[in-house]
Design a protein around this ligand. Structure first.
Ligand SMILES: [Zn+2]
Length: 268
């Protein structure tokens, strides 16, 4: 029988795809709880490591949760359970559950990263990094957002239908658009309004992202179609991506995707 895979081997593999040093300075990606020497019994993949996800992992015999968003972000000063973050960490430690976050480092790589996953869902071809990381070769595939082309240009209504269908988005918040065809599309999982100038400069007809604020919509100024489909909706595909990466690499334990929709935003 093959020896069990250790947590350290699992995280080392994930870091070959998304090295930790590529995370943003404000981020807290990496191992949050658990010891690298512990044998992995199973992995639960999620977008957010919340209590029901940890519970679901435990019930399926998993001792690792791999999620895009780190539950410990700004640090913890106590573990009393008064705040939801404290409760998740408490529970994980009590249950012997490792928590591992693969966040802005996974946003920052084109190859097998979040934005390539979004791009492939939308059928974009010729995908490239939208804003290469400072100091890196623009062709290295490291940076924020991605840009590619639709196989056939679409009108805005057809484009919104594509977003709703492929990204499971219920609602698209967008800027006004005329009958110009949409061909070049920039994408950024999560909050991507900071990429608006880069998307315009790169000649994108549309920018698909999330968390645009009211005044930021004005900045599009008719130059580009901003389509905000929701933070969860842009990144839910990360669950499939991580599940695929881990289950193809490791065959000695089961990898599961959470059945919980962890989106804190509801639409009525
Ligand atoms: Zn996010």
């Amino acid at each position: 029988m093959a020896p069990p895979v250790t947590l350290g081997e699992l995280t080392a593999f994930l870091e070959t795809i998304a090295p930790l040093h590529l995370q943003e300075s404000y981020d807290n990606a990496g191992l949050l709880t658990g010891h690298p020497a512990m044998p992995v019994t199973g992995v639960m993949v999620a977008l957010d490591m919340l209590e029901p996800v940890v519970e679901e992992a435990r019930s399926l015999g998993c001792n690792v949760v791999v999620a895009h968003h780190p539950i410990i972000f700004r640090g913890l000063k106590s573990l009393t359970g008064r705040h939801y973050v404290e409760r998740v960490v408490n529970k994980a430690i009590r249950e012997g559950m490792a928590l591992y976050a693969i966040h802005t480092n996974l946003d920052s790589v084109l190859d097998q990263g979040v934005n390539a996953e979004i791009g492939s869902r939308l059928g974009l071809t010729g995908l490239q990094i939208l804003k290469p990381k400072a100091g890196t070769d623009p062709g290295a595939g490291i940076g924020m957002g991605a840009i590619g082309a639709l196989p056939t240009p679409l009108g805005s209504d057809e484009f919104f239908r594509l977003l709703k269908e492929k990204m499971h988005a219920g609602v698209v918040r967008h800027t006004a658009w005329d009958d110009r065809p949409i061909r070049r599309v920039a994408v950024c999982g999560g909050a991507g309004s900071f990429l608006l100038p880069d998307a315009v400069e790169a000649g994108a007809d549309a920018l698909v992202t999330a968390d645009f604020k009211y005044h930021e919509f004005f900045e599009a100024d008719g130059r580009i179609l901003v389509a905000d489909i929701g933070h969860y909706e842009t990144e839910a595909c990360t669950i499939d991506l991580l599940h695929r990466l881990i289950s193809r690499k490791f065959r000695t334990f089961a990898t599961h995707s959470t059945t919980h929709r962890t989106n804190p935003v509801n639409y009525s």
